[in-house]
Write a protein that binds this ligand. Structure first.
Ligand SMILES: NC(=O)C1=CN([C@@H]2O[C@H](COP(=O)(O)OP(=O)(O)OC[C@H]3O[C@@H](n4cnc5c(N)ncnc54)[C@H](OP(=O)(O)O)[C@@H]3O)[C@@H](O)[C@H]2O)C=CC1
Ligand SMILES: O=C(O)CCC(=O)C(=O)O
Ligand SMILES: [Mg+2]
Length: 747
């Protein structure tokens, strides 16, 4: 078997998934080896990405290759087979913390220039921008998204329903969104008649021409949009909503996606903070400017910056901040015990996860007194906010969803080739002066799209390539055909971008045999209502959406159906022919690391990894003609089914089975499945002794894994932990380790 074709690339990322990888990789290697499959690591953690970006600051020993760029290239090769775990999409605060940790460990990478003044600082900042926010997914996701709950997982959730909070008709929880002046209302869109090179420029009222983006290469048939968020409208909206919440006595929460929309949403977040605390900002604004306070990075930034002030001044500021609360509504808390509010850090309340968590528990968030309360969820962007209001209306009328009976909602999402918001980061600008923002053809000078903007508005251009749209339509038809489910394109004909998309969808659907399929196009709110009406009748519906709703719906529905998006199968069929298998649809669960460090219990569920590995091995088997790889995939799926049936997922409670124990059970069941199959005698003989050893030592291994819990452990860092220490913590069972080693030696 050619070596090139028997390779699975396994990413090393951050936080909980990285910890889980330390115990899972030795297991995977034990099983993959006899099929000639190499498991190759690719470290794309935020720390490693920083090091990869700044080699000239490092000693030769410290230098690392730019792994993300290399992996990005790999996604364009037809034999790519990548298992991608969730990684940190770093906010500025997280990035700065990671830099500090690296520096403390002797890696002399430059400081992050928060407020660059010189060209040199601007250059460093531009390089750090490549590490900031959602920097990994847009590079690797060179294909559209296919996310769904596998049948075994869905059946497990039906039999073992997670808890759901009660919804009451009297709930005051609701979503507040902008009615004008947001990206939706100002959007203009067009499909290119031919390939063009364009620039983005601002013609100011004062007569200047500011070129914001000198060149963007556009392809024939590509859809481009120009849209802006009005600062005035956004600030007026915040004022009105904060006051409404205060008057009506409902708690307030803000939900944005500052990590994925890494340029626009921090600004949107910052305005909320400045308006909430406006008296304090009016009084101390000049000092805050001098200190370089930037609340786009949350209140945490302000607290960090004032820490250097003499204590009397600092206390005065803190008193003034607290005084603001008197005429503002109660704020939802992220951690009420520690006094961390919703406005503390923009990465603490990430809308895709935070809204479903709130809906799941009956429309509540936590108040400062630690009690769950109804909340006004402020989500400025109307297109996406309205779907949540629709779910809330539905729950108020029909009660909470029932995981035992509800249907499933898989998603086919448009994201390939940096589609929509994914490609907009370097084309998003905070407008410096009133004027006209134009997208101009470089060759002809023709103004393609034009907007009247004002100082402080956020103006951006999004793109979607024609090939990505064709591939998305094809994936939707394939999924509809293979699943037998109806598919709904969630597209709003009144939104200019989506009106362009609808034309293409209608055209490309004709390229496929859609006979007998139920494929419809509906605006988001109607699509949500239609889908929910089916969901409560136990009926399944595929949602086919753009990039943002791909993200939002693949947390929303899994969290209702399965209790978590960790249990999703998340496949990216790469357009160049390879496959990327993401593990779950959720994030990197920072809370889980805290629990491990404090109590040596890792509640991270690796089910997503198990599911991803099975499809990855299956694909490898098909593409390389390896029967052994196919058998490994089949038996792994069976083992995962058994794991679910026997309830061997990790418990959130310290002292009980955790991630490590769950992985042990997977290994035992997998070995048993391989020992029991008769299609391949070699594999059978190879794994029979392991199956026997693990079964005989089950009680002992579980005891070794569970008895270490309850005490703090040291993993030697957060963003750049010590591999030896993590490995020791994550592999605490000598008996299990020896059993795996014995197979390697025997092989
Ligand atoms: N694909 C990717 O690379 C993604 C990366 N992210 C990044 O992850 C970080 C955290 O994001 P956040 O929005 O807080 O979302 P998370 O999904 O990390 O956290 C929300 C909650 O989901 C639950 N959860 C998620 N995954 C698992 C799992 N495998 N096993 C058990 N529970 C799980 C946990 O809840 P509980 O313990 O209460 O059950 C967790 O606290 C950010 O840096 C974000 O940018 C986010 C989404 C996707
Ligand atoms: O790219 C990111 O920052 C997050 C992506 C995400 O949340 C998702 O894909 O579900
Ligand atoms: Mg998401």
């Amino acid at each position: 078997m050619p070596a090139e074709h028997s390779r699975i690339i396994y990413t090393l990322t951050d936080e909980a998934p990285l910890l889980a990888t330390y115990s899972f990789l030795p297991i995977i290697r034990t099983f993959a080896a006899p099929a000639g499959i190499d498991i190759v690591e690719s470290n794309i953690s935020v720390a490693n990405r920083i090091l990869g970006e700044f080699p000239e600051y490092l000693s030769d020993m410290q230098k690392v290759p730019n792994t993300l760029a290399e992996l990005g290239k790999k996604t364009l090769e037809p034999d790519a087979n990548i298992i991608k775990l969730p990684n940190i999409s770093a906010s500025v605060h997280q990035l700065v913390s990671a830099i500090k940790e690296l520096q403390a460990k002797g890696y002399q990478v430059p400081n992050f220039p928060e407020d660059p003044k010189t060209d040199a600082e601007r250059a460093i900042r531009a390089r750090y921008a490549k590490v900031l926010g959602s920097a990994v997914n847009p590079v690797l996701r060179e294909g559209n998204s296919d996310r769904r709950a596998p049948l075994a997982v869905k059946n497990y959730a039906r039999k073992n329903p997670h808890s759901m909070g009660e919804w009451s008709m009297a709930s005051r929880t609701h979503v507040a969104h902008m009615k004008h002046g947001d990206f939706y209302h100002g959007e203009k869109s067009m499909t290119l008649d031919r390939a063009r090179d364009v620039k983005m420029e601002l013609l100011t009222k004062s007569g200047k021409t500011i070129v914001l983006k000198p060149e963007v290469k556009l392809l024939d048939g590509e859809i481009i949009d120009s849209m802006f968020m009005s600062k005035k409208a956004l600030c007026a909206f915040y004022e009105e909503q904060f006051e409404d919440a205060r008057k009506t006595g409902v708690m307030l929460s803000l939900h944005v996606k500052a990590t994925m929309m890494k340029v626009s949403h921090p600004i949107v977040f910052g305005h909320a903070v400045k308006i909430f605390y406006k008296e304090a900002f009016a009084k101390h604004g000049q000092l805050f400017d001098e200190l370089g306070v930037n609340v786009n990075n949350g209140m945490v930034n302000l607290y960090d910056k004032i820490a250097t002030l003499p204590s009397s001044k600092r206390e005065e500021i803190i008193r003034d901040l607290h005084a603001c609360h008197e005429h503002r509504p109660e704020l939802a808390m992220v951690d009420s015990a520690k006094g961390i509010t919703n406005l503390h850090a923009p990465n603490d309340v990430i809308v895709d996860a935070s809204m479903p968590a709130m809906i799941r528990i009956g429309g509540k968030m936590w108040g400062a007194d630690g009690k769950p309360k109804d909340t006004k969820a402020v989500i400025p962007e109307s297109t996406f906010a309205r779907i949540y209001q629709e779910v809330i209306n539905f729950c108020k009328t029909n009660g909470n969803f029932d995981p035992r009976t509800m249907g499933t909602v898989p998603n086919v999402g448009l994201m390939a080739q940096q589609a929509e918001e994914y490609g907009s980061h370097d084309k998003t600008f905070e407008v410096s002066e009133d004027g006209v923002a134009n997208i101009v053809d470089l060759a002809t000078g023709e103004v393609l799209l034009s907007q009247n903007v004002e100082a402080g508005d956020i103006w951006r251009m999004c793109q979607v390539k024609d090939a990505a749209i064709r591939d998305w339509v094809k994936l939707a038809v394939t999924r509809a055909r293979n699943s037998g489910m109806p598919a709904v394109f969630w597209l709003d004909p009144y939104r200019p971008h989506e009106a362009e998309l609808i034309k293409k969808v209608q055209t490309y659907l004709k390229d496929h045999d859609t006979s007998g399929l139920d494929i419809q196009i509906m605006s988001q709110v109607r699509a949500m209502r239609y889908t929910l009406e089916r969901v409560i009748r136990g009926l399944d519906t595929i949602s086919v959406t753009g990039n943002i709703l791909r993200d939002y719906l693949t947390d929303l529905f899994p969290i209702m159906e399965l209790g978590t998006s960790a249990k999703m199968l998340s496949i990216v069929p790469l357009m160049a022919g390879g496959g990327m298998y993401e593990t779950g649809a959720g994030g990197s669960a920072p809370k889980h690391v805290q629990q491990l460090v404090e109590e040596n219990h890792l509640r991270w569920d690796s089910l997503g990894e198990f599911l991803a590995l099975a499809v990855s091995m299956e694909d490898l088997g098909i593409k390389t003609g390896s029967e052994k790889a196919k058998i490994l995939a089949r038996t792994l799926d069976a083992a995962t089914g058994k794991l679910l049936d026997n309830n061997k997922g990790p418990s959130p409670k310290t002292g009980q089975l955790d991630n490590r124990g769950s992985q042990f059970y997977l290994a035992m069941y997998w070995a048993q499945e391989l020992a029991a199959q008769t299609d391949d005698a070699e594999l059978q003989a190879h794994f029979a002794p392991l199956a026997k050893t693990l079964a005989e030592n089950e009680a002992r291994i579980v005891e070794e894994l569970n008895s270490v819990q309850g005490k703090p452990v040291d993993i030697g860092g957060y963003y750049f932990p010590d591999p030896k220490k993590v490995s020791a913590v994550m592999r605490p069972s000598p008996t299990f380790n020896a059993a795996l080693d014995a197979v390697a030696t025997a092989g």
